[in-house]
Design a protein around this ligand. Structure first.
Ligand code: ADP
Ligand code: AMP
Length: 215
């Protein structure tokens, strides 16, 4: 199954992706995670991406598209994949279509959450420094404060989750990414789910629109 997970920053894409890829046995390709790993490692890609990420802007299309194309060529993507945070512009979506001519996307799942929820989720998000798992101080706290349940890694707040950058990211989303809702609707691929409910409810709705039985 080839799936795109769409939604504004903080909608819950990463949270749902983690469960979905385990259930569907497909790789999780999150461009934000790829960039954060590159920044952490101090690679050339990381250095290029960092200034855009810190400013809440999109990394230029030509950089992102190249990275995703390369990733989709890997053998583990033969049985399908889940894209999270890509595409984010119409040009990225068109490049993806072109790249996937012989194996098109099956579904574009749009997690639709209220604006107030997005702001609250972004401001309370905490990430494991070891595995990247996402927590929330109120909605999904770890068992021990500040520590990942899975591997004991320290939890940190993303640099771009501060109020000012988050506001910019939400504006960028509205301007550059939200047109993709119509793009996939016109192709008959869009599946809208209510993202303003608890994570279990969102997960059930997603499985339902994908036609997958739970369990
Ligand atoms: P995205 O990948 O879309 O930016 P995340 O999955 O990282 O969003 O979720 C943003 C924050 O909101 C995280 O702290 C996460 O734990 C929390 N969260 C995710 N889904 C829900 C939900 N349905 N209800 C409440 N909090 C949620
Ligand atoms: P995310 O983890 O999806 O919230 O992404 C974090 C940041 O990485 C974004 O604010 C962008 O700066 C950058 N980024 C991630 N995915 C893309 C993309 N598809 N196109 C451009 N920039 C991206």
């Amino acid at each position: 199954m080839r799936v795109i997970l769409m939604g504004a920053p903080g909608a819950g894409k990463g949270t749902q992706a983690e469960r979905l890829v385990e259930a569907l046995k497909i790789p999780h390709i999150a461009t934000g995670d790829i960039f954060r790993a590159a920044v952490k490692e101090g690679t050339e890609l990381g250095n290029k991406a960092k200034s855009y990420m810190d400013a809440g802007k999109l990394v230029p299309d030509e950089i992102v598209i190249g990275i995703v194309k390369e990733r989709l060529m890997k053998p583990d993507c033969k049985q399908g994949f889940l894209l999270d945070g890509f595409p984010r512009t119409v040009s990225q979506a068109e490049a993806l279509d072109e790249n996937l001519k012989d194996r098109p996307i099956d579904y574009a799942v749009y997690i639709d959450a209220d604006f107030d929820d997005l702001v609250e989720r972004i401001s309370g998000r905490r990430i494991c420094s070891k595995c990247g798992k996402s927590y929330h101080v109120k909605f999904n706290p770890p068992d021990v404060r500040g520590v990942c349940d899975d591997d004991g890694g320290d939890l940190y707040q993303r640099d771009d989750d501060n109020e000012e950058t988050a506001k910019e990211r939400l504006e960028v989303y509205n301007e550059q990414t939200s047109p993709l809702i119509k793009y996939y609707e016109d192709k008959g691929l869009l599946k809208r789910v209510n993202g303003s409910q608890d994570p279990n409810g969102v997960y059930k709705e997603i499985l339902n629109v994908l036609g997958v039985q739970e369990g």
